[in-house]
Design a protein around this ligand. Structure first.
Ligand code: CP
Length: 301
């Protein structure tokens, strides 16, 4: 991690198991009593969302409310000087000059968060960075797995779908090495990264029989030029009542959201007893609260 702040979070490559265990333990405490919070009254945290988001942005806003921190929110270009041609880097540096206690940034690959982290004097958290990574999502997924299955260690996680465009999958490949779980992929050939050296299942049925956690990813239709690229995706790889009959009754069904119902997951799957999609969202608040608390405590140490 290139930031001088120990509690910046740009990726998970240099994280270690003990700091993640500690984070999960703080999240447990927050989850048990959501009214107990160390207040950071008078502080601000900048939430700079240059790309669309519902879950991540609103969970960070919830965290700010619970910690007594005022969120400085930027949602896309509209109403900002980005509309007048100001660059993304200048925007971040100018907001940083207002001295928020931390920066939370969602952006595309056109911004280099590692370079930025070296230019600012405050902790920086990656809230979804192009195809690079989405570390807070991988952490909340792992937390959900630990909550339901007791541990992440030795779990077999099948990630199904648009892996080539997925920052969530990229972060899971990093986190799997630390928390000792196995990641396998499943999807059409064009959705699997060519450089991936791990296990790939050609059919959903084989993958679902193997795994302890089945995670569907959103098919990023905006990145596939032709609708024909999707072909019969939902027939081959969609999570449906029928296809999920191959999944163990003890296994979990996850999706980071947003869901394309009828493509990667049928709406009725949300009612499946193994589905933890909305629990992932609740856990996102606890994990992000633990991360912001850690960053602010470092800032004021
Ligand atoms: N999973 C996720 O990052 O969702 P949002 O894009 O809505 O934040």
């Amino acid at each position: 991690m290139s930031s001088r702040f120990k509690h910046s979070l740009l990726d998970l490559k240099t994280s270690d198991k003990s700091s993640i265990d500690q984070l999960f333990s703080v999240a447990d405490t927050i989850a048990k009593d959501q009214n107990v919070a160390i207040p950071f009254t008078g502080q601000t945290v900048a939430l700079l969302f240059f790309e669309a988001s519902t879950r991540t942005r609103m969970s960070f806003e919830t965290v700010c409310a619970r910690l007594g921190v005022y969120p400085l929110c930027l949602d896309g270009k509209s109403g900002t000087s980005l509309e007048k041609g100001e660059s993304l880097v200048d925007t971040v540096l100018n907001v940083a000059a207002m001295n928020p206690a931390a920066l939370v940034i969602r952006c595309g690959d056109n911004l280099d968060l590692k370079e930025l982290a070296n230019k600012v004097q405050i902790p920086l958290l990656n809230a979804g960075w192009g195809q690079q990574g989405h570390p807070t999502q991988a952490l909340l997924d792992a937390y959900t797995i630990r909550q339901n299955l007791g541990t992440c260690s030795k779990q077999k996680i099948l990630i199904v779908g648009d892996i080539v465009h997925s920052r969530v999958a990229a972060s899971h490949l990093e986190l799997a090495k630390i928390l000792d779980y196995e990641v396998a992929f499943c999807g059409p050939d064009s959705f699997i990264p060519a450089q991936f050296q791990g296990r790939v299942f050609g059919t959903l049925s084989e993958g679902l029989k193997w795994c302890t956690v089945a995670m569907a990813l959103r098919v990023q239709t905006e990145r596939h030029q032709a609708a024909s690229a999707l072909g019969d995706y939902s027939v081959q790889f969609g999570f449906t009542k029928k296809s999920l009959s191959d999944l163990s009754s003890q296994a979990l069904i996850l999706h980071p959201g947003p869901i394309n119902h009828g493509i990667e997951m049928d709406e009725e799957v949300l009612n499946d007893g193994r589905c933890r999609v909305l629990q992932q969202v609740s856990n996102g608040v606890f994990i992000r609260q633990a991360l912001i608390r850690r960053a602010l405590m470092e800032e004021h140490a």
